[in-house]
Design a protein around this ligand. Structure first.
Ligand code: SF4
Length: 73
């Protein structure tokens, strides 16, 4: 599952799920997304679209993650 490879992408804002070694494909993104302020909602969707495909986790859980990205974008 996770290894010591750091997620590529925006090094200034690493993914919290990746950093905490949480199985992001199991998280309830939609509820989390719905609780964000409006300006951050858009940011979260854009961030996922840009960064998840570059993340090592994505390769193993692509279909689950794609479904979650489409639910919030
Ligand atoms: S696939 Fe996306 S949400 Fe999951 S750990 Fe990687 S960057 Fe984070």
């Amino acid at each position: 599952m996770h290894n010591n490879t750091k997620a590529e992408g925006n090094a200034k804002r690493p993914c919290p799920a990746y950093e905490q070694k949480i199985g992001c494909w199991e998280l309830d993104w939609k509820t989390m997304h719905a609780s964000l302020p409006e300006d951050q909602k858009k940011m979260m969707g854009e961030w996922m679209k840009d960064n998840c495909p570059k993340c090592p986790v994505y390769g193993n859980h692509q279909s689950e993650i794609d479904t979650k990205i489409s639910a919030i974008t």
